[in-house]
Write a protein that binds this ligand. Structure first.
Ligand code: ADP
Length: 403
């Protein structure tokens, strides 16, 4: 019976998934890609096959009790009905935090799940959500191999100084350091560098992951050397609803003068700021672009988004000691030609020259001239997860064969 592997990417109110043939091929062979959205409010399920045709869709009435448990039960039934005699061989998960020690994906055991839970104070809004589907599956199908791939792992190649805050060593040793996130996306992009331009593989590259969450990552010879997200996924760029880099003094002000508790301040900075907070209209770049002409606050949110990218870009170019290429990815980076054009125009100081026609037409390279070049590479975090899962499972099979 043919086997399949499932990859899950659990968000705050969504559960994305992909199903791959378990054939060990170097380029994973995808069968389905889909998601549950609106978990906890208005659940909606949609799945497409490998050609992009919608092969399943369902909506449920407003139901605050519909969460991961219900979604996974539904997905399990859907797969049983649709995978025509396939057998689920393993599940890979995106886990936000691997702490200082997890530099690679890991096969999950009850002990490791418990250890990952001890990292929850480092990412209280995200880590428990990451672990929830793992626990549900461990309970429903106890023998099924599960693997965690970490958003922090790719950044563990950074020099120690790039990961440090200027705080006493005892706090650094206790784990208060810059971890960086979006690592599964940055790792995927690095696998695509050889197919796009050989100079990316060995060069100084900054990638701009611009989605609901946004960050820049700096690569030297395809390894992470610095990134804009730090201790939490709150740092760095302006995001959909997150503030990005902010003076710690503002946090004290929120608490002291506005009377917010620590959890309230955290909730505020994660969910009420960024594009949404500045515009007062939306966290969605499409909507801001549509309204920018009529609504000055929408234009201001976009302007701040681009300004902060240029500032942070400059700091990563300094960390790299130069720049050969800039790569755009994720929802805004892949789809919003206007943002790409504005970022490249702002980066003229570094020698970039926009090719407006290439940028509008969906080309991979969107600059011209003899200076550094910019590219668009669509990301695929689930692809990284399935490849890392295969490596881990192959290793544990080998270990099992040793005496
Ligand atoms: P996540 O996976 O983190 O939820 P995405 O990578 O899907 O986020 O990015 C979401 C962002 O991408 C939103 O701001 C959305 O408006 C933007 N986006 C998606 N498609 C387009 C488009 N065609 N033009 C402009 N922005 C877009």
């Amino acid at each position: 019976m043919a086997k399949v592997q499932l990859v899950l990417n659990a968000g705050s109110s969504s559960l994305k998934f992909q199903v791959f043939v378990d054939d060990g091929a170097d380029v994973p062979n995808r069968l389905y890609r889909g998601l549950f959205e609106g978990l906890g409010t208005d659940p909606h399920f949609k799945v497409k096959d490998h050609e992009g045709a919608v092969v399943g869709e369902e909506r449920w009435p407003h139901d605050t009790a519909y969460g991961f448990e219900e979604a996974l039960a539904y997905l399990s039934d859907w797969l049983a009905a649709h995978r025509g005699g396939h057998q689920l061989a393993a599940v890979g998960h995106r886990v936000v935090h691997g702490g200082p020690n997890y530099t690679h994906a890991v096969r999950l055991t009850p002990e490791i799940i418990a250890e990952l839970d001890t990292l929850s104070p480092l990412a209280p809004l995200h880590q428990p959500r990451s672990l929830e589907p793992i626990r549900i599956i461990a309970r429903r199908v106890p023998g099924l191999p599960q693997v965690a791939a970490f958003d922090t792992a790719f950044h563990r190649t950074q020099p120690e100084i790039a990961q440090a805050f200027a705080i006493p060593q005892s706090l650094t040793d206790a784990g208060v350091k810059r971890y960086g996130f979006h690592g599964l996306s940055y790792a995927y992009l690095a696998t695509q560098f050889p197919h796009v331009d050989e100079r990316l593989v060995h060069g100084k590259v900054v990638a701009a992951h611009l989605g609901s969450g946004a960050s820049l990552g700096a690569y030297a010879a395809s390894k992470s050397i610095a990134t804009t997200m730090g201790f939490s996924a709150l740092d760095g760029l302006v995001m959909g609803t997150r503030c990005g880099t902010i003076d710690a003094g503002v946090v004290f002000y929120l608490q002291r003068e506005l009377g917010m508790s620590a959890p309230e301040a955290e909730h505020f900075l994660y969910t009420k700021c960024g594009l949404l907070g500045v515009s007062g209209i939306s966290n969605d770049m499409r909507e801001l672009r549509e309204k920018a002409e009529a609504e000055p606050s929408a234009q201001r949110a976009i302007d701040l988004f681009v300004y902060r990218i240029n500032r942070e870009f400059g700091s990563l170019v300094a960390a790299l000691g130069g720049i050969d290429a800039l790569v755009f990815t994720a929802g805004i980076g892949e789809n919003d030609a206007a943002t790409r054009a504005e970022v490249i125009e702002a980066a003229r100081w570094a020698g970039f020259e926009l090719d407006p026609e290439a940028n509008r037409s969906g080309a991979t390279r969107i600059t011209r001239g003899s200076g550094p070049q910019a590219y668009v590479i669509p990301t695929d975090e689930e692809w990284t997860i399935v490849r890392e899962m295969r490596a881990v499972l192959a290793e544990s099979r080998q270990d099992a064969g040793q005496i």
